[in-house]
Design a protein around this ligand. Structure first.
Ligand SMILES: Cc1ncc(C[n+]2csc(CCOP(=O)(O)OP(=O)(O)O)c2C)c(N)n1
Ligand SMILES: [Mg+2]
Length: 277
């Protein structure tokens, strides 16, 4: 895909995230908008996985540890053909499997997540299994900055380095906010790069909304042979909708009719500007 095509996809995904969250009257709006560029690059440029290969042992694995942002994952999986997009009209409806956190009942989803602090440990196990079984697949996982204080992560960070898992790449969606406030105030994680490095990881910083930087960072992993890779993606919670950006209330806020119209207007304008540019 060209850079422009990828950028257009990001806007289309943002419109869909808001559409389905509004339809369900529930969802994690801010965190989905903050990670969607990361998922766009992963699924359209990096991951060796598609509906036809989803049962292949050699497929790349993506495990979304910050499971609450599942709406971002749903719109990307629908776009890649894992299920019909119309399924998302049932989001969070009684009896629907499309609930507010990832579940393996949905085609394309590798692991149930949502209780924070589980995705990285499962990714470490999956990457270790590849090494032990002689498979070449890679494992990618998405962490939130507010998720990182969960103690289970730090056992996993230690073990990933111990087992030299250079087939593992964790992406930190570093939007500096979590559910109740700024991450630095709730539980500071900085200097997070030095912490990972001291545990034996190789670390890169990128602008988490710059598709080119993201693509290069993924393509160049592992940064050091024998070390797991961490991409610290500096992001903006609510990215793409001016009144949602960096606002804690949009962690799981749902736009009302007027707010939805305004958001769509902004995204439509961005779409038109991109197409003309
Ligand atoms: C074990 C556990 N504790 C608490 C929660 C409630 N919770 C849901 S989202 C969230 C904040 C996560 O913040 P962050 O990881 O920064 O996510 P983002 O900003 O990307 O939405 C919390 C505490 C949870 N899902 N799991
Ligand atoms: Mg956060």
């Amino acid at each position: 895909m060209t850079e422009k095509e990828l950028a257009i996809k990001s806007i289309e995904y943002r419109r869909k995230i808001l559409t389905y969250i509004s339809g369900a009257n529930a969802g994690h709006t801010g965190g989905s908008l903050s990670c969607i560029d990361i998922l766009n690059v992963l699924y359209n440029e990096i991951l060796n996985v598609c509906p036809e290969s989803f049962s292949s042992p050699e497929r790349d694995r993506y495990i979304q540890s910050k499971g609450h942002s599942v709406e971002a994952l749903y719109v990307v999986l629908a776009d890649k053909g894992f299920f019909p997009e119309s399924d998302l009209n049932t989001l969070c409806k009684y009896t629907s499997h499309y609930i507010g956190h990832p579940t393996r009942k949905i085609n394309g989803i590798e692991q149930n997540t949502g209780a924070l602090g589980h995705g990285l440990p499962m990714s470490v196990g999956t990457a270790l299994a590849a090494k032990m079984d002689g498979h070449n697949y890679r494992v990618f996982t998405l962490l939130g900055d507010g998720e990182l204080p969960e103690g289970s992560n730090w056992e996993a960070i230690l073990l990933a380095a111990h087992y030299k898992l250079d087939n593992l790449c964790a992406v930190l969606d570093y939007n500096s906010l979590q559910i109740t406030g700024p991450t630095a105030e709730v539980c500071n994680i900085d200097p997070v790069d030095q912490k990972f490095e001291s545990f034996g990881w190789a670390v890169r910083h990128v602008d988490g909304h710059n598709l080119k930087q993201l693509k290069e960072a993924f393509e160049e992993m592992p940064y050091t042979r024998g070390k797991p890779s961490l991409i610290i993606a500096h992001t903006i919670k609510g990215k793409g909708v001016s009144y949602m950006e960096n606002e804690i209330k949009w962690h799981h806020g749902v736009p009302n009719k007027q707010q939805f119209t305004l958001a769509m207007e902004e995204l439509n304008n961005a779409y038109t500007a991109l197409q003309l540019g």
